[in-house]
Design a protein around this ligand. Sequence first.
Ligand SMILES: Cc1cc2nc3c(=O)[nH]c(=O)nc-3n(C[C@H](O)[C@H](O)[C@H](O)COP(=O)(O)OP(=O)(O)OC[C@H]3O[C@@H](n4cnc5c(N)ncnc54)[C@H](O)[C@@H]3O)c2cc1C
Length: 454
Amino acid sequence: MTELRSLLWFRRDLRLSDHPALLAAAADGEVVPLFVVDPALWGPSGDVRRAYLLRSLRALDASLDGRLVVEEGDPVAVLPAVAARTSARRVHVTADTGPYGRRRDEAVEHALAADDRELVRTGTNYSIGPGTLLTGSGSPFQVFTPFSRAWREHGWPRPAVSPGDARFASGAGDGVDGPHWPAEPDLGDLALPAAGEKAALARWHEFLEERIDDYATDRDRPDQNGTSQLSAPLKWGELHPRTILADLSRKRSAGAETYRTEIAWREFYADVLWHRPETAREYYRPQLEALAYTEPGEAFRAWSEGRTGFPVVDAGMRQMRAEGWIHNRVRMIVASFLVKDLHVDWRHGAREFMHFLRDGDLASNNHGWQWVAGSGTDAAPFFRVFNPVTQGKKFDPQGDYVRRYVPELRHLAGAKAHEPWDAADGYASGYPERIVDHAHERKVALDDYARIRS
Ligand SMILES: Cc1cc2nc3c(=O)[nH]c(=O)nc-3n(C[C@H](O)[C@H](O)[C@H](O)COP(=O)(O)OP(=O)(O)OC[C@H]3O[C@@H](n4cnc5c(N)ncnc54)[C@H](O)[C@@H]3O)c2cc1C
């Protein structure tokens, strides 16, 4: 008698521990682990995200003793073909809750059903599935604080048990082809942190033991190593937020509490996107679309390449190109500068971020941008405009962050790096002059806001 088999289709859950869909697949018999390189997602990804994904897949493959099957193509065609080839009746997945993933999975489900096969969704990439929590009146949450209260009151499931005796199908002899990896893009000097489940868990444990207690005070300081840098592992599901929340429940400190709140932000934006999938591309508050925006031109390129003449803005954009990551405080500063000083529609900035960031995530990125642009969930009104100089001096008081990424300012000591215009030799190393007058552009933005409000 042939042994029962199921497919486990990995997407944003590139790990083996705390993996409910893996347990469900293992309960069906031998598991064929599969990843599909989908041109609809691969095409628009930047090199950094592609490289990170490939390294994460390689780590997953190593944990599976080289058994991961990698196929390329439209999942609607690939899944039925691989399921037929491997005689798997069920395809197990962690539910994708994003707009594209939901549509794609419905199409795959129909294609499988035509051949009497089933798509089984178990769990999501969040501690509470997006769409689960509703306000007392049964409507979606639009404001973070009540969402986060409801999220805590609801509580989270414990991490899933270890896959233990899960058996993975091996080798072409079993009808499983060898992997067809896409080539890894050349990243030049860009240094990525180690990818994969083991590296993510090691980073989390190191953060939990060494740095979490200071997180509440250090997290806003881009000059310090105060955050966990776990956004890419969370994006790819190299570790699950359930694992993080279970570990946090054993810690009592302001830092642990603040970290929980940041995980809640991630869950909030996924929930908002679940209810309003069009906000991945459109304004959450369409009224703000009527502002007088400027088409991206030379000023946009100067912003993107870190040549605006505003030190903390330039340091942030150069950090993005050097590491595929930017500190959260600086993401807010550079986003505010693009929208409120250069008057460029947030969607251009969000696209640039999605291209360069290794953690590029539709929900967190596009709603992070909408928050800054004042067009998103209601915590940040439009008239809160970041001053790039005072922000820089407040959160990078000694100028260390600026000097790290902007070599033309390294000759300026301490906070002087934030104001080269005040130093006699401020421009001696070729740093560019400011491309706009912040006070003037702030007024332009606020006047325009007053215009659309009236
Ligand atoms: C304009 C803008 C764009 C952003 N784009 C992304 C993005 O594409 N992908 C992404 O994961 N995050 C994004 N963020 C949120 C935040 O900046 C990053 O999650 C954070 O900087 C990642 O670094 P970390 O892992 O060291 O964070 P930590 O401070 O260690 O936080 C721990 C985790 O909490 C979550 N988190 C923290 N802050 C936020 C937040 N404001 N919103 C949602 N989740 C949060 C992340 O998963 C993060 O890894 C964006 C924020 C802004 C303002």
